[in-house]
Design a protein around this ligand. Structure first.
Ligand code: TPP
Length: 324
């Protein structure tokens, strides 16, 4: 499972972060179903161990780029939950002053170069950031998150080629949740996904994306490799989204069975996997984990109240900070 030692404090911190993302996303779903949130959101529930394991293994000044399913990445890299909710509700206090919404959250202060509504849209941005870090010699690593659906986009292969030639410090993290909207990966991606990287000389490996310890360990090793100047790598994290493609995708039986969803939820929930590890190693007891959950719940409730009460941007500013 793990190839780098993980101390108890770190595991508890990662547990807390995963709980925060889970409760944040449940709250987003609730706001959407109560018609309080404009637009749509793509929930990350079920995939929390990837964002948390990867981002915990990075330095705070390392970069990430994210996707349309980006709340987990933003929170794992250190975004503030009140500003996240404010953005989702279209409020001035949000990360894009309420004008970007769920799929455009960026936070330069935490090295988050942005979510992206275009599938594979951040591949070029991440690779450019890695190029800049290499030129500046600042030792920063960039992680480019994308779903397996992005493997159908040519830009992914163009940037992998460049990153390999120029030995750029970038890790391409493919979150393979097996569904590209409503299409199973077997119907969208031909051949062996892991064979794509080696075609460009990019070392590639897969990891259990439901086990935060495994994700942390492998990312730490790949990040150190990138920092040593040994170039890019490709990591496929196997996972499952527990909810619909987006919040409105509520009848999913025409493309995947209830039984399949149930099995993942009961047997492969990343928070349950971490809970079992914590309890079996006597790192904390159920009461302590319950206290963490209660603390995170209180933080989330406070942040939602802040966002609900926050003002909308001034109508006179509707064209400011908008580029298209
Ligand atoms: C270039 C482009 N084509 C199509 C879409 C519509 N679209 C939005 S999400 C999505 C599926 C993406 O699947 P994947 O990359 O596996 O990520 P997941 O949703 O599974 O996290 C598609 C096709 C888009 N946003 N951008």
């Amino acid at each position: 499972m793990s190839d780098v030692a993980i101390d108890n404090k770190l595991l508890l911190r990662m547990y807390r972060r995963m709980v925060m993302i889970r409760l944040f996303e449940e709250q987003v779903n609730d706001l959407y179903t109560r018609a309080l949130m404009p637009g749509l959101a793509h929930l990350y529930i079920g995939e929390e161990a990837i964002a948390v394991g990867v981002c915990e293994a990075l330095r705070s000044d390392d970069y990430i780029t994210s996707t349309h399913r980006g709340h987990g990445h933003c929170l794992a890299k250190g975004a503030a939950i009140d500003r996240m909710f404010a953005e989702l509700l279209g409020k001035e206090a949000g990360y894009c002053k309420g004008k970007g919404g769920s799929m455009h959250i960026a936070d330069p202060d935490t090295g988050n170069l942005g979510a992206n509504a275009i599938v594979a849209g951040s591949a070029g941005i991440a690779t450019g950031a890695a190029f800049s870090s290499k030129r500046l010699g600042n030792g920063r690593v960039t992680v480019c998150f994308f779903g397996e659906g992005a493997l159908g986009q040519g830009v992914v292969y163009e940037v992998m080629n460049m990153a390999a030639l120029w030995k750029l410090p970038v890790i391409y993290v493919c979150e393979n949740n097996m569904y590209n909207e409503y299409t199973h990966v077997s119907e969208a991606a031909a051949g062996d996904i892991l064979a794509r990287g080696p075609a460009f000389g990019v070392p590639s490996e897969s990891v259990d994306g439901q086990d935060v310890r495994a994700v942390y360990s492998v990312t730490q090793r790949l990040a150190e490799r990138a920092r040593r100047g040994e170039g890019p790598s490709f990591l496929m994290a196997n996972t499952y989204r527990f909810m619909g493609h987006h919040v409105g995708d509520i009848s999913r039986e025409y493309y995947r069975s209830k039984q399949e969803e149930q099995t993942w939820k009961s047997e492969r929930d990343p928070i349950k996997v971490a809970t079992e590890a914590i309890l079996s190693q006597n790192i904390a007891d159920r009461a302590a984990l319950g206290r963490i959950q209660a603390e995170v719940k209180a933080e989330i409730e406070k942040a939602v109240q802040f966002a609900m009460a926050a003002p909308y941007p001034n109508v006179d500013e509707v064209e400011q900070d908008v580029y298209a």
